[in-house]
Design a protein around this ligand. Structure first.
Ligand code: ADP
Ligand code: MG
Length: 365
């Protein structure tokens, strides 16, 4: 019994507490069946945004549309939204079945039908053997599954989740991520998911909105957010990043020639968004991921090569992270997969750091 997800639109949504803007103008559009993650540091406005969508918090300004219908001033229980929180919020005196059936009872559905429907979702989250237990007799992961079943049981068109896996250990979190994703796809649900865990955001989402100080700093598919962040905050918040100080010497439509101290010139990608208001010789940074940098020799075929020396190495299991100092004193991190390829390198060794033109992006701020 597939439900079909709703389209969601936020238009300049704001929430002020006196003069403090917890959310200062959030606009975005989601298509039916998409999984959106609000990702951002603590205090960036994720929960506030979610509570406004749910109808638990009145916006100071702006509009919320579900399937093109304005719901901004419609009561929470009339919005057809399921919710899952970090702290489960189960009823301790009710069994698993009664917890899951509760939303159906509230909607006036007959007891027998409610129990059957609850049973169906209890099976979907793999808890059929625990249906008669009380929440205190379940592990954290099992309780979160009950909360999930309860949020889905009335076939909502939109499901909101606020750090639902935050209290679970890593292994269980990864497993639950997969299960939630599978349910979302199977049921065609539209989901708005809140996390401060970037890995979770990248693996689960169709769209990621990176939030900073009550605003969306970047919005797009995970791959775009990770590989082509459009500003320094986003590049620094997601994944590991190098920011190499440079001076722009020349620029054309898509590329710039930049000097890295007195180490030499490199050619880097320049996006349209980075060009606005910039002029040659502005101080800028080159953004490049550690896995896109290579420890190489002068003969290797990388577009850009800078002379450097190894400062330190950190063994990561599948890879080694090298700390490397460029000739002008800046340090960068280079991640090298441990595949037995490449000469062994140790602190003090001289080397070159190379990368392909399109792997280094000029950022202005
Ligand atoms: N009731 C409130 N009164 C005043 N400030 C609030 C209130 N609720 C949230 N805030 C503030 O709004 C900002 C955003 O909060 P929140 O949306 O909970 O952030 P997040 O979920 O991203 O951690 C925070 O600085 C928080 O302190
Ligand atoms: Mg929060």
């Amino acid at each position: 019994m597939a439900t079909s997800g709703a389209a969601l639109q936020l238009k300049e949504l704001q929430r002020y507490y006196e003069s403090f803007g917890a959310v200062r103008g959030v606009s975005l559009s989601l298509e039916p069946g998409q999984f959106l993650t609000l990702l951002g540091p603590s205090g960036s406005g994720k929960t506030t945004t979610l509570l406004m969508i749910a109808g638990f918090l009145e916006p100071s300004a702006g509009e919320i549309l579900i399937n093109q219908r304005p719901v901004t001033h419609i009561a929470a229980h009339k919005r057809d939204i399921g919710m899952v929180f970090q702290n489960y919020a189960l009823f301790p005196h009710m069994t698993v079945t009664d917890n899951v059936a509760f939303p159906l009872k509230m909607r006036g559905i007959a007891r027998k039908e409610a129990r059957e429907q609850a049973q169906h979702f209890i099976e979907k989250v793999g808890l059929e053997r625990f249906a008669r237990r009380f929440p205190a007799q379940l592990s954290g992961g099992q309780q979160q599954r009950v909360a999930l079943a309860r949020a889905l049981v009335f076939s909502p068109s939109l499901v909101l989740m606020d750090e639902p896996l935050g209290a679970l250990d890593r292994r269980l979190r990864l497993q639950m991520q997969e299960e939630i994703k599978k349910l979302q796809v199977d049921l065609g649900l539209t989901v708005v998911y809140v996390t401060h865990d970037q890995e979770e955001a990248l693996t689960m989402s169709d769209r990621v909105a990176v939030m900073e100080n009550g605003l969306i700093a970047s919005f797009g598919p995970p791959k775009q957010i990770y590989e082509a962040p459009d500003n320094r905050f986003v590049a620094g918040f997601i994944g590991e990043s190098n920011f190499i100080q440079c001076q722009v010497r020349q620029q054309d439509q898509n590329y710039a020639l930049a000097a890295v101290g007195d180490c030499g010139d490199v050619r880097v990608l320049m996006r349209q968004s980075a060009q606005a208001g910039a002029s040659a010789s502005d101080d800028s940074v080159i953004f490049v991921r550690p896995e896109r940098l290579h420890l190489c020799t002068p003969d290797d075929h990388y577009h850009n090569k800078l002379s450097a020396s190894v400062v330190g190495e950190i063994y990561l299991g599948d890879a080694t992270l090298f700390r490397v100092r460029l000739a002008d004193g800046q340090e960068v991190r280079v991640k090298r997969p441990n595949r037995g390829i490449g000469a062994p390198l140790h602190p003090g060794d001289h080397c070159f750091v190379g990368w392909q033109t399109d792997d280094g992006v000029l950022l202005r701020h």
